[in-house]
Design a binder for this molecule. Structure first.
Ligand code: AMP
Ligand code: TRP
Length: 332
């Protein structure tokens, strides 16, 4: 390693990425890109954990689209490695080995599993062992820091516990990673219902739930102007309800202004003014991103070349770790 902190993170290529993915994860990847050694992944194997909603052609297209989204958001291929998870087979191999040392009780306790399983009649085993695949992603690269939104905190604790358990059973093999969660934007809530986190699956049939990163400016403004606030018509700092706090959190994550100071500026004013400022900020933040995204998507050869180069480098790191892991468990 270069001496710089090694960072790994990823997003599932399901649906189109939204403002929560951008503010909770990708924006912080970009912010620290220069000082760290970065590996960013499109986790398509994780997308398979809900097979009933998978359309193979769509998954293939979305994986590529997500690579373009990373680049358009400011991930620089000179400073970061970018790849699609299934293109590096070692992820599946390590996930199997980790499954064999993951206590069932740890997996059954995961709140994301319980929530997803509750909404479905039957679930695949992959949904239960999703966190071991995520641990494999992270541990394969001797990752030190994992920048994610708040909803992934429990999966990171699981990864740390699993790395320690494996090291105890088979000798020092894995680096134990730290989680990094941003101060603002760590949990962007739904615009139409601020009691649930903004999510790709809810956005499928609720058009004003999320801001998709590829929405038109007109649609973004409409969703924000319609956003849930609270029963009164003007902002009162002592009574701010979830919808209002969500809008302020979004603004703060974009412009860096503390929410307390935003609150002071809007004390006693109607919510329309706050919404207008949030809408302008979101549209302006995403304008250059969208231009770059469309340019990249029209240059297939560039994306293919970049992915091939990056994937070869990532594979070499994964192979080194796997040599160590296979030897540790006796399958070398
Ligand atoms: P996913 O869409 O579940 O693959 O999430 C990818 C990344 O975005 C992870 O780091 C999540 O923690 C983050 N993320 C997802 N939804 C939100 C949200 N509503 N607010 C903040 N971060 C989020
Ligand atoms: N589980 C993460 C999510 O849904 C995505 C993910 C998979 C990930 N592997 C990872 C994030 C490794 C960070 C590191 O948000």
């Amino acid at each position: 390693m270069s001496g710089r902190t090694r960072v790994f993170s990823g997003v599932q290529p399901t649906g189109t990425l939204h403002l929560g993915n951008y503010l909770g994860a990708i924006k912080q990847w970009v912010a620290h890109q220069d000082e760290r050694e970065n590996i960013f992944c499109v986790v398509d194997l994780h997308a398979l954990t809900v097979p009933e909603v998978i359309d193979p052609a769509v998954l293939r297209a979305k994986s590529r689209e997500t690579v373009a989204i990373y680049l358009a958001a400011g991930i620089d291929p000179e400073k970061s490695l970018l790849f699609i998870q299934s293109h590096v087979r070692e992820h599946s191999e390590l996930a199997w080995i980790l499954n064999c040392v993951s206590p069932l009780g740890w997996l059954e306790r995961m709140t994301q599993f319980k929530a997803k399983a509750e909404r479905r009649g039957t679930v695949g085993t992959g949904l239960l062992t999703y966190p071991t695949l995520m641990a494999a992603d992270i541990l394969l690269y001797d990752t030190q820091v994992v920048p994610v939104g708040e909803d992934q905190k429990q999966h990171l604790e699981f990864t740390r516990d699993l790395a320690l358990r494996f090291n105890n059973m088979f000798g020092d093999t894995f680096v134990v990673p730290e989680v990094s969660i941003p101060k603002a934007g760590a949990r962007v809530m739904g615009l139409d219902d601020a009691t649930v986190k903004m999510s790709k699956s809810i956005a499928v049939d609720r058009p004003h739930h999320a801001i998709s990163l590829l929405d038109t400016p007109k649609k973004m403004k409409k969703s924000i102007m319609k956003a849930q606030t609270d029963s009164g018509c003007e902002y009162r700092p002592d009574h701010a309800e979830p919808g209002v706090r969500n809008l302020m959190g979004i603004l703060s994550a974009i412009n860096g202004e503390p929410t307390s100071s935003i609150g002071e500026r809007y004390a006693g004013q109607g919510y329309g003014y706050l919404k207008k400022e949030v809408a302008e900020a979101v549209v302006e933040e995403l304008r250059p991103f969208q231009e770059e995204y469309h340019r990249l998507m029209s240059d297939e050869a560039y994306l293919d070349r970049l992915l091939a180069e990056s994937t070869a480098k990532v594979r070499a790191i994964a192979e080194t770790t796997m040599t160590r892991v296979r030897a540790a468990v006796g399958i070398d």
